[in-house]
Design a protein around this ligand. Structure first.
Ligand SMILES: Nc1ncnc2c1ncn2[C@@H]1O[C@H](COP(=O)(O)OP(=O)(O)O)[C@@H](O)[C@H]1O
Ligand SMILES: [Mg+2]
Length: 197
């Protein structure tokens, strides 16, 4: 039976870093962020978003994710409205890709920042949470996305707390050290749990 590893964590705690490692060792990845990007390209979705948030959230033919982010991460109600528009479509695509990869692979990874918030627990066999301490999370997020302290805090606070995610995890990967340290933790877990024959 194919096993699905659900990969999640906080913002900028290192999900993509771990996901890249899984890719490197040959596991197929269902990338929820990439799917969300694709869903935001759909005309019908853009129309619904303009109706709710105004035409200024579109730049050219694309949803301006930074603008949309600055609206919804300040306002829980707006975030709920956005989720009602996009999450059912994202879910359909995620389940479709999981089903596709499960046919020909022993392990599939679902990389989803909001895996727990959107209730994908039952779609995965193992829940892996990538964690760092709060200071490191804020500093990596600020640097990667050129955000101010306040913006970084807002984005982190808009999500379920990392501590709550850790409590639900089957595996917590500590990404406060080097990337090599992190990869080794992942490999050790795989060897002990999934790669045994
Ligand atoms: N162990 C690490 N040491 C130093 N920088 C890291 C480490 N892991 C990730 N980063 C950097 O921190 C930022 C966030 O990591 P990323 O994997 O993109 O997080 P996520 O996908 O969870 O948002 C990126 O700029 C990444 O290059
Ligand atoms: Mg990422």
């Amino acid at each position: 039976m194919t096993k699905v590893i659900g990969l999640t964590g906080g913002i900028a705690t290192g999900k993509s870093t771990v996901s890249d490692y899984f890719k490197k060792i040959g596991f197929p990845i269902v990338d929820a962020d990439k799917i969300a990007h694709e869903i935001l390209q759909k005309k019908s979705v853009q129309k619904a978003l303009i109706k709710q948030f105004g035409a200024e959230i579109i730049t050219g033919k694309h949803v301006d994710r930074k603008k949309l982010g600055s609206i919804v991460f300040k306002n829980e109600n707006a975030l709920n409205v956005l989720n009602e528009i996009v999450q059912p479509k994202i879910r359909r695509m995620i389940l479709k890709q999981l089903k596709h990869f499960k046919r020909n692979n022993r392990v599939v990874v679902l990389d989803a920042p909001i895996l727990l918030e959107q209730g994908y627990q039952n779609d995965v066999d193992f829940l892996m949470v990538v964690a760092v301490d709060r200071v490191t999370e804020i500093s990596r997020l600020k640097q990667r996305d050129s955000l101010s302290n306040v913006e970084a805090e807002e984005r982190i606070n808009a999500q379920m707390s990392l501590n709550d995610k850790k409590k639900l995890a089957d595996i917590v990967i500590d990404n406060s050290g080097t990337i090599a340290d992190t990869e080794l933790q992942v490999l050790k877990w795989l060897e002990n749990n999934l790669l045994v024959r």
